[in-house]
Design a protein around this ligand. Structure first.
Ligand SMILES: Cc1cc2nc3c(=O)[nH]c(=O)nc-3n(C[C@H](O)[C@H](O)[C@H](O)COP(=O)(O)OP(=O)(O)OC[C@H]3O[C@@H](n4cnc5c(N)ncnc54)[C@H](O)[C@@H]3O)c2cc1C
Length: 237
């Protein structure tokens, strides 16, 4: 947890019950889309905050390399199986496998909620992605064992609290992954922050204010464009 009155962070180690308390003068939170620091800032300050669930989640599946060690499908291409309200994509890896991602409704008649058994999974793939089945020998095992990830867009403004706390990366601007820019935008946060720190030395309120002023509108634009690109990828390509 983050206590912005007492300037303290409390960590519980994942492999023990040990708790560690850490005092700070200021804290920069890059703790991802479910950010604890963002939660504390939202509770403490009068900031605009909306988390918009996409309603669709994702599951990673694998196309392994051929027995000969080669790629099973063309690596210099983005493979998309667009199907209207859902899609499958495949991206190549250095080990000649592909990581496939199924983007699919979380709930509803045909959704992650209803597709569970071996028969459900084969029925879905036979009706929607028949050519992918033969590429994925571990389809059922992967589908049943790999976690289902939820997707949401975070709109938050500003991204700082006085001169005490700042959010960067997904903590500030979690976006859906269809524009391929979430990590890039997070790296851009780092370079922008570094420039502002050089320009303004230790004037943290100015640094944090300027960071929010320049970056928030970019973050919100990427979030909107990423949502638009889901429609493009799943329905218009
Ligand atoms: C399916 C998918 C595909 C994507 N594809 C792309 C792409 O092609 N290109 C692209 O640019 N981006 C892509 N992204 C987005 C990218 O993964 C994120 O934007 C990026 O990882 C954000 O980095 P981050 O460091 O802000 O957050 P994260 O990578 O989420 O890192 C947060 C870190 O904080 C830690 N943490 C969280 N809470 C706590 C806590 N309470 N205490 C201690 N530690 C904590 C976590 O363990 C983690 O290590 C994709 C995302 C998804 C889901």
């Amino acid at each position: 947890s983050a206590d912005l009155e007492q300037n303290k962070l409390l960590f519980q180690l994942s492999d023990s019950l040990e708790k560690i308390e850490w005092s700070f003068n200021r804290v920069i939170g890059c703790d991802g889309s479910a950010s604890i620091l963002r939660k504390s800032i939202v509770e403490k300050a009068d900031i605009q905050y909306v988390k918009k669930p996409l309603g669709h989640g994702y599951k990673e599946l694998t196309i392994p390399p051929m027995k000969s060690g080669k790629f099973q499908i063309e690596p210099n291409a983005l493979h998309i199986w667009p199907r209207g309200n859902h899609m499958l994509i495949a991206l190549p890896n250095n080990d000649y496998s592909f990581t496939c991602t199924l983007f699919f409704p979380m709930i509803g008649n045909t959704s992650f909620e209803t597709v569970k058994t071996e028969k459900d999974i084969f029925d879905l793939f036979q009706s929607q992605f028949p050519d992918a089945i033969e590429l994925m020998p571990n389809l059922v095992k992967d589908f049943q064992n790999n976690p289902t990830g939820d997707l949401a867009s975070v709109y938050c403004k500003p991204w700082h609290f006085g001169d005490k706390a700042l959010l960067i990366g997904d903590a500030a601007h979690a976006v859906v992954p269809f524009f391929g820019q979430g990590m890039n935008a997070s790296f851009q946060d780092c370079s922008t922050l570094e420039k502002l720190m050089d320009q303004n030395k230790n004037n943290w309120e100015t640094i944090f204010n300027a960071f929010s002023s320049t970056q928030v509108k970019n973050g919100h634009a990427i979030a909107d464009m990423a949502l638009e690109n889901y429609l493009e990828m799943r329905d218009h390509v």
